[in-house]
Design a binder for this molecule. Structure first.
Ligand SMILES: Cc1cc2nc3c(=O)[nH]c(=O)nc-3n(C[C@H](O)[C@H](O)[C@H](O)COP(=O)(O)OP(=O)(O)OC[C@H]3O[C@@H](n4cnc5c(N)ncnc54)[C@H](O)[C@@H]3O)c2cc1C
Length: 433
């Protein structure tokens, strides 16, 4: 058994690393316990295809206050994405092509109808009580799409437009999608740019490494935690290999889909336990593809369930080739490490494309994530998630999955990590007085 730490932080994604840095820099003794042999969690800046690539979360924006503050703190900017002109999309069983502007003209009116009431339900996004969103939070994304009574062609177009965000329309809550759009002023095109356009220069690894380098916390990698037990005076943390670590407070910064493997004493409130059992339904894989030659930059959209690749785009050039990133909603539909299978799938849209090599990260089957970015099922955005943001005795939860503004993203991970650090620091301070 080790000494008594002020704080044990569990999980070294953006939330946990931020909490550990803030608390350790405030002079508290902090141990950061991470299951993997690396930090970063659902972001992963790794060497692959002869370059460095983001295999998980990637895009951020200057309107995201928390990640922007961190980028400025470490003097890190954004990479400039390659402009895309060509678009391919599948609708009503056929592949169509045109310019990106032409595709936008077709999809914007549909998306505008879908998101028309986003600001009505979320007029003041930092205060869910201002307008009662509980009714809207009973519906799924699919309920809303069905209610628009679109032709099969237009339905496919709308699903295409949202395909980077919607993997499972009958499980994902409508409220989160409307909430995200309301945060972006209710403007669909602003929302698209904010959610998925600007990568960090040097990758997410550059930012999380900078935060970690400033931290004074003791980092223990390859240390999965199986239990946290708050006896009212301190918390006992038990690791998978039987180590027991004592701490005055604990910050749990794990993905929602890992929490059913963590024993928490005293038990969590019932709505939170129900949310943990229901799980995050987003089960994606991300595939990077090295394509021969400097081909015309393109985007591809295909409706979820009707093609193994739901969205792809050419992101950058390297050494005379083009690097293309693909997102798949059903990881069993395509083996992203099978070069020929990926080439066949891409050739449904770009007939002469030549795939040189691929790398795939299957987040659905990742043993420390068991899912992708968070999308709440109906009810949980407005009920269980806010409950989980409150301290549970000496146990504090953090992470993008339970964030308010920033839910499901790097910004939300940083915000909740910083907020948990403030809550713990205050509690430690009160105990001294
Ligand atoms: C394919 C994909 C694309 C995405 N795109 C974007 C994007 O473009 N922009 C954006 O903002 N967000 C994006 N996201 C979401 C974003 O990556 C996450 O919301 C964010 O990184 C989550 O951070 P976190 O710290 O809350 O959780 P995680 O990053 O999941 O960190 C949790 C940590 O806990 C560890 N852990 C798990 N179980 C245990 C255990 N029992 N004991 C100890 N440690 C454990 C994990 O290994 C992990 O390191 C994307 C995610 C995916 C998967």
């Amino acid at each position: 058994m080790t000494d008594l730490y002020d704080v044990a932080v569990i999980g070294a994604g953006f939330a946990g690393v931020t909490a550990a840095r803030d608390l350790s820099m405030a002079g508290h003794s902090v141990v950061l316990l991470e299951g993997r042999d690396r930090i970063g969690g659902r972001t992963w800046w790794a060497e692959a295809l002869g370059v460095h690539l983001d295999l998980g979360g990637t895009y951020v924006h200057w309107t995201q206050a928390h990640v922007w503050r961190e980028l400025k703190r470490y003097g890190i900017g954004l990479a400039t994405p390659m402009p895309v002109t060509k678009a391919y999309w599948q609708a009503d069983g056929l592949v169509h092509s045109g310019t990106l502007a032409e595709l936008k003209q077709l999809t914007t009116p549909l998306a505008t109808r879908f998101f028309a009431d986003a600001r009505v339900h979320f007029p003041q996004v930092d205060n869910l009580a201002v307008a009662d969103a509980s009714e809207i939070d009973k519906q799924t994304v699919g309920d809303r799409i069905d209610s628009l009574q679109l032709s099969p062609h237009d339905r496919d177009l709308l699903v295409n437009a949202m395909s980077i965000l919607v993997c499972s329309e009958h499980e994902q809550g409508l409220a989160q999608l409307l909430y995200w759009c309301a945060i972006c002023f209710g403007d669909w095109n602003a929302f698209k740019e904010i959610a998925g356009h600007w990568p960090i220069e040097g990758g997410t690894g550059r930012l999380i490494n900078a935060i970690s380098a400033e931290s004074r916390a003791e980092l223990r990698l390859s240390t999965p935690v199986v239990a946290v037990d708050d006896n009212g005076r301190e918390v006992m943390v038990t690791t998978r290999d039987g180590q027991r670590i004592r701490a005055r407070h604990v910050v749990v910064a794990l993905p929602l889909n890992m929490l059913d493997e963590l024993s928490v004493t005293p038990p969590l409130p019932q709505p939170v336990r129900a949310m943990i059992e229901q799980k995050n339904p987003i089960m994606p894989s991300k595939i990077w593809v090295r394509v021969k030659g400097e081909i015309e930059p393109f985007v591809i959209y295909a409706p979820v369930g009707k093609h193994p690749i739901n969205t792809a785009h050419a992101e950058r050039r390297d050494n005379g080739d083009t690097l293309v990133v693909c997102f798949c909603s059903d990881t069993s539909a395509l083996d992203g490490n099978d070069r020929e299978a990926v080439q066949r799938a891409l050739r449904d849209f770009v007939p002469d494309i030549e795939v040189v090599d691929t790398v795939c990260q299957d987040w659905a089957n990742d043993p420390f994530a068991r899912g992708g970015w968070m999308h709440h099922r109906p009810g949980n955005l407005t009920q269980a998630a806010p409950l989980m943001r409150k301290p549970h005795g000496r146990i504090h939860f953090a992470g993008a999955d339970i964030a308010g503004i920033g839910v499901g993203g790097i910004d939300g991970a940083i915000e909740t990590g910083a907020r948990a650090a403030v809550d713990v620091a205050r509690a430690l301070d009160m105990a001294i007085r």
